[in-house]
Design a protein around this ligand. Structure first.
Ligand code: ATP
Ligand code: MG
Ligand code: MG
Ligand code: MG
Length: 438
């Protein structure tokens, strides 16, 4: 992508309305634009990152055996009356009427709809286990939308729903999601710790929140520091096998959100030097809720014995748009964002230090073409801006590599390659620079 053809409305000044670093940097890097309180347009750079996160989420869901579908954002109120949640949900639900006075709502979550889809199409235990998910915009009329995309009103969520014949099978489905979550957050460059959590309005008796530690987080959390060092299951994990042994190291050490925190147990089980009481950002949550929806909504399945019974369900959310902010909270310095490679909007920022100079222009065009051909995503700053400004912009938007082409080094056939995260620089020939990036 040529910067001269791109939309990157960066800001030099710090926007006054942004209280925390990720919100400031997303505005300054021209990633989002607020259209109303808690409602954002995703500008091209922001969207690139959102898509990268979505892709990782999808790959890990698929690996764990989940099936993608896409449910609409608007739902009928009557569906929610079946579960009893239409009246229970309260002011966070955006309620709408169409021209025929039909009551609709903008979905804050999809248990009812997916249960309706399931009951209409699946009857036999032979079709189980089943896990259906989608990545779709949600609306919750949050009392205090703030911190940019961390607490929006409209936000992108991945939500998955599992269906099983009995509790034991449902717990295995829960474990598959547990492992998939460990993997997806880790691939995004995050340390997300699963913590025992309250089940909230969804109900049920088994839930974990995945929390990224950050001082700016809204959750108050307590955990054993050893959880920060645990290795995440690799891509050879067998989702058909028994996952209990993989999960045990994550669930045995103490980790709990404030709502379920047990101070006595914390002190008894965790040595003083390993106790961590801090704040965090909830990037995902998994629930087992049993027959909570299947019973009132009559999602019944015939078992091997020929008897019909309500399915056992779980739901599994990931805050896809919140993750963009959470990753920046975890990955930035005083100059700007430092994207982990896997979610970077482009891998390389190619900087022409003297646009209009025949030599630098030609070298940049060559590098741009070769890198692009090799499948590397390049943002080529081909504008007439001054070198200092170009470096500052690249630091701000945080691409993992910067490749600077200036007349002085180019006289010796060389360019400068910089790693954003470490500030490590090396002066290399064009070929060596290419080789380093491939
Ligand atoms: P919170 O405690 O932050 O209000 P929640 O527990 O209400 O979140 P869930 O119902 O568990 O949210 O939804 C699944 C995921 O969706 C959350 O783990 C979070 O990552 C994301 N999410 C929830 N509310 C928002 C929001 N207002 N803006 C952005 N992401 C959100
Ligand atoms: Mg909430
Ligand atoms: Mg919560
Ligand atoms: Mg939650």
């Amino acid at each position: 992508m040529r910067l001269s053809r791109y939309l990157l409305p960066t800001l030099k000044e710090t926007p006054a309305e942004a209280q925390i670093v990720s919100h400031r940097l997303m505005l300054r890097a021209g990633m989002i634009r607020q259209e109303a309180a808690g409602i954002y347009a995703w500008l091209p750079l922001g969207l690139q990152v959102l898509r990268k996160i979505e892709r990782i989420v999808r790959e890990e869901m698929q690996r764990a055996g989940a099936l993608e579908l896409l449910m609409p954002t608007l739902q009928l109120a009557d569906l929610w009356r079946e579960s009893g949640r239409y009246d229970a949900y309260g002011p966070e639900m955006l309620r709408i009427r169409d021209r025929n006075e039909r009551e609709l709502l903008y979905g804050p979550t999809n248990e009812e709809m997916v249960t309706e889809i399931f009951r209409a199409n699946v009857r036999s235990y032979r079709d189980l286990p089943m896990n259906l998910y989608h990545v779709q915009w949600k609306f919750r009329d949050e009392q205090r939308p703030r911190f940019g995309v961390l607490r929006g009103r409209e936000f992108l969520m991945k939500d998955a729903y599992s269906f099983d014949l009995d509790e034991a099978a449902a717990r295995r489905s829960y474990q598959r999601m547990f492992v998939a979550y460990l993997r997806m957050f880790s691939r995004m460059g995050l340390t997300a710790i699963p913590m025992r959590a309250e089940t909230g309005p969804i109900g049920g008796d088994l839930s974990h929140e995945f929390i990224v530690l950050a001082d700016t987080g809204e959750s108050d959390v307590y955990c054993d520091r050893q959880l920060l060092e645990l290795p995440v299951p690799d891509d050879q994990v067998d989702y058909e096998g028994d996952l209990a042994a993989l999960i045990a190291p994550w669930t045995q050490p103490y980790a709990a959100t404030e709502d379920v925190h047990d101070a006595e147990r914390f002190e008894r089980e965790v040595a003083a030097e390993r106790r961590l009481h801090t704040r965090g950002i909830e990037v995902g949550q998994i629930f087992y809720f049993g027959t909570k929806y299947a019973e009132p909504m009559k999602a019944l399945i015939t078992g091997p014995d020929g008897v019909e019974r309500p399915i056992h369900g779980g739901s599994y959310g990931v805050g896809v748009s919140r993750l963009v902010g959470a990753i920046i909270e975890a990955c930035h310095d005083e100059r700007g964002i430092v994207w982990p490679d896997a979610v970077a909007p482009f891998q390389v920022g190619l900087i022409n230090l003297q646009q209009g100079n025949l030599d630098t222009d030609a070298a940049c065009e060559t590098l741009y073409a070769r890198l692009t051909q090799a499948g590397i995503e390049v943002l080529y700053d081909d504008t007439g801006a001054r070198a200092g400004g170009k470096f500052a912009t690249m630091d701000l938007i945080g691409l993992p590599w910067q490749l600077a082409v200036g007349p002085r080094e180019l006289k010796h056939g060389q360019v400068e390659l910089k790693r954003r995260a470490t500030d490590e620089r090396s002066v290399l020939t064009l070929d060596d620079a290419m080789a380093a990036l491939l």
